[in-house]
Design a binder for this molecule. Structure first.
Ligand SMILES: C[S@@+](CC[C@H](N)C(=O)[O-])C[C@H]1O[C@@H](n2cnc3c(N)ncnc32)[C@H](O)[C@@H]1O
Length: 289
């Protein structure tokens, strides 16, 4: 049994760590693996300083500023055999899920259709619950094709008849035309559908950690609220900056975060330092009791 009272961060390879997790331990597995973009993912910060004599940009009242891009964190994102890497991780994810448990696999349109077929094989086609589209609106636009501004989150359940899904726990969103609704319905808001409009973590927000491809807390809070029970374990085997742990703790769930990146683990430890009883280990076996 895992002895995690609040949360744990494990600095290890995901597959090695998952193999040590006892079967049925987690109510929810969320994984946001590298998307196989073919290039390293970098978290950059722009540093801007006043430069009256030169500079590369002009600000308020014509003042000149010099800007510099600082590299904060990075991780590699190129695979010869992406599905071959992912398949055993998804098999282990299914094994560690409780009978009422759910997997959320976060991808983008580069690989999501191949991964859906893979998940159909591993979980069974009739265990597919949803394909969520997270739509955002940020960054440059292409004039050669439709700009890619969405991620895909595939949702599979361990048992079609017993899975946990609590719509009442999900924060409602405003109606697009509230005036067309009865006042009580407009005040209550509506349930989100499978298309989620949500901004990326803004560059100047307090939530921003500088970790590349950090996901918004609002996305993780919605997933955790709907598909896990208070007190149970939420597991993330590609945890990055630890967004899943922050959201899980806020919502009264326990968490197990795994990442093989030294920078990611150092960042998670800082981000989660206020979690009482947080355990940080180099293997899952140290958490067994
Ligand atoms: C897309 S990022 C996760 C971002 C995270 N969801 C967040 O909000 O910050 C993917 C993470 O997977 C980690 N990773 C990649 N391969 C791994 C492996 N084999 N074992 C453990 N972690 C891995 C990388 O170090 C990176 O931090």
């Amino acid at each position: 049994m895992l002895t995690i009272t609040t949360g744990a961060v494990v600095h290890a390879d995901a597959l090695a760590a998952l193999r040590d997790v006892p079967p049925g331990s987690a109510g929810l597995v969320y994984a946001d693996p590298p998307f196989n973009t073919g290039r390293p993912r970098r978290g950059l910060r722009l540093r801007v300083a006043l430069d009256p004599d030169g500079g590369d940009r002009t600000g308020f009242a014509g003042r000149r500023y010099r800007s510099e891009r600082l590299l904060l964190q990075q991780y590699p994102d190129s695979f010869d055999d992406y599905l071959g890497w992912l398949a055993p991780l998804l098999e282990e994810s299914r094994r560690v899920l409780a009978p009422h448990g759910t997997l959320y696999l976060h991808l983008d349109p580069r690989e999501s259709h191949y991964c859906k077929l893979l998940l159909d094989q591993i979980f069974g086609r009739d265990h597919f619950l949803n394909e969520l589209v997270w739509a955002y609106d940020y960054g440059a636009r292409s004039t050669r094709r439709w700009s890619a501004k969405h991620d895909v989150i595939l949702v599979y359940v361990r048992d079609r008849r017993a899975y946990h899904f609590d719509a009442a726990a999900v924060e409602r969103i405003p109606y697009m035309a509230p005036a067309l609704q009865r006042p009580d319905r407009a005040a209550l808001g509506k349930l989100p559908t499978d298309v989620w409009w949500q901004t990326i973590v803004p560059t100047n927000s307090r939530e921003r950690t500088g970790y590349p491809t950090q996901k918004p807390l609002a996305i993780l809070r919605r997933i955790i609220a709907a598909s896990s029970r208070p007190g149970e374990l939420v597991l993330d085997w590609c945890a990055g900056s630890g967004t899943t742990g922050v959201a899980a703790h806020q919502l009264g769930r326990r968490f197990l975060l795994i990442d093989h990146g030294t920078d990611a683990v150092a960042l998670m430890r800082r981000r989660l330092e206020d979690v009482p009883g947080l355990r940080c280990t180099a293997s899952v076996s140290e958490l067994l009791g």
